[in-house]
Design a protein around this ligand. Structure first.
Ligand SMILES: *Cc1c(COP(=O)(O)O)cnc(C)c1O
Length: 422
């Protein structure tokens, strides 16, 4: 079969697909580890990793093998019956992250919806909040997905405008503002606090040290569930198994058990499958999860044997290949190299991030197309990254990258900067 050209692939998408994305003009037809290729054979470093879904690298052979083996054995039974893989997966993932139970779903947004439902039900049945009165505190500039309820508490006009009427029951506070959180917790009928440990879509906004720990402590004091959306930050991306671990790769994945902030509800997605299949999960202890009874929540594909095997393999890879440690080491190197470029070139204002979830702020307004043009130049030089909010570029390569490859990428960024500012 002749391979379709990049030009034809783009025009097909434009003609037949809904225009709900604005992709960088590059077509990808193959991936392996930190690299992707276009149909014409040009090779690129992937510095987006499908928004941190491909932490384990593209087409990781162990994950692919798990997928292929299970795909030819049994793929879907629905939860009308038991299957012989789900229980093994549930034991594996709950032990891996240290919770009593898991509720398996498919996409990240479904995971968030699931967490909201569990939190509300817990509020009425365990905490005694009057029915339909529960409030969940969320943060300004959050990103938790695209479903109707989730966009109800977004403040991105593109995500929200003309999709109303909106789901009530959410209180918004500024991110990284412990005093505002404390005030909001004093309002009546608060059931939960839903937060991203680092705001990825907002431009890799890292909170102050101990914000998460203090927020979790305040929630505990007020009898409110601390709900961590680690769909993007979790599974080694930020140099720890979870970003709430702060400076520590917890759960036996490292020696330094420093400041583990344990959420009451943990939401995972994206890298839970290493990019092979949509897999998300909500984890909590029995006292919370047991509010969900048969018939009250579910998904046809949630917890299917294919997803279960893929997720086990994906988490095995994270542990066996020490991806949290690698993300931490390479992240420090990357930020120190970017800091040199910030000092050398006016176009780069600032670098920030944790592990291998980093962003550079471009010296222009959020309305400008400078970051977009810079990313197009990076693409021409063989590195794929995507602007967020106009003047911010997120740099998030697969965590299987080597130091040598990272330094190669730094030199691509530097030479693009030289040309761009010449
Ligand atoms: C990507 C993401 C989601 C939504 O996940 P989908 O699989 O796209 O539905 C939710 N929360 C965060 C923090 C994310 O990064």
């Amino acid at each position: 079969m002749a391979m379709i050209s990049s030009k034809d692939a783009i025009s097909l998408e434009n003609k037949y697909g809904a225009h709900n994305y604005h992709p960088l003009p590059v077509v990808l037809s193959k991936g392996e580890g930190v690299f992707v290729w276009d149909p014409e054979g040009k090779k690129y470093y992937d510095f987006l990793s499908a928004y941190s879904a491909v932490n384990q690298g593209h087409c990781h052979p162990k994950i692919t093998k798990a997928l292929v083996d299970q795909a030819s054995t049994l793929t879907l039974t629905s939860r009308a019956f038991y299957n012989n893989v789900l229980g093994e997966y549930e034991k594996y993932i709950t032990e891996y992250f240290g919770f009593d139970k898991v509720l398996p779903m498919n996409t990240g947004a479904e995971g968030v919806e699931t967490a909201i439902k569990i939190c509300r039900k817990w509020a009425y049945e365990e905490k005694g909040i009057p029915e339909n009165e529960a409030q969940i505190i969320v943060c300004e500039n959050n990103f938790h997905g695209r479903t109707t309820t989730v966009i109800s508490f977004s403040n991105d006009p593109d995500a929200k405008k003309n999709f109303g009427p909106y789901t009530p029951g959410f209180i918004k506070v500024p991110y990284n503002d412990i005093d505002s959180l404390r005030e909001a917790l004093d309002q009546p009928n608060v059931a939960g606090f839903l937060v991203e440990p680092i705001q990825g879509e907002a431009g890799v906004v890292v909170p102050d040290d101990f914000f998460l720990a203090e927020a979790a402590a305040l929630c505990k004091k007020n009898g409110v569930l601390f709900i961590a959306d680690e769909i993007q930050t979790g599974i080694a991306r930020t140099g720890a198994l979870l970003a709430v671990c702060g400076d520590c790769s917890c759960q036996g994945h490292c020696e330094r058990q420093l400041s583990y902030t344990r959420p009451d509800i943990l939401i995972l997605g994206k890298a839970l499958s290493g990019g092979a299949y949509p897999v998300s999960a909500v984890l909590a202890d029995d006292s919370i999860m047991n509010v969900i009874k048969p018939g009250q929540h579910g998904s046809t594909y949630g917890g299917n044997p294919l997803a279960s095997k893929v997720a086990i393999a994906a988490l095995d890879v994270v542990r066996d290949e020490h991806l949290a440690q690698n993300a931490r080491t390479l992240g420090e190197l990357f930020r120190s190299e970017m800091q040199k470029l910030v000092e050398k070139f006016e176009l780069f204002v600032k670098v920030r991030g944790k592990g291998l979830l980093n962003a550079v702020v471009i010296n222009d307004t959020p309305e400008s197309d400078t970051a977009w043009k810079f990313c197009v130049e990076l693409k021409n030089k063989g590195l794929l990254a995507k602007p967020t909010h106009g003047n911010i570029i997120r740099f998030a390569p697969p965590l299987v990258m080597t130091e040598e490859q990272l330094l190669d990428c730094v030199s691509i960024i530097e030479s693009t900067l030289k040309e761009f500012t010449a």
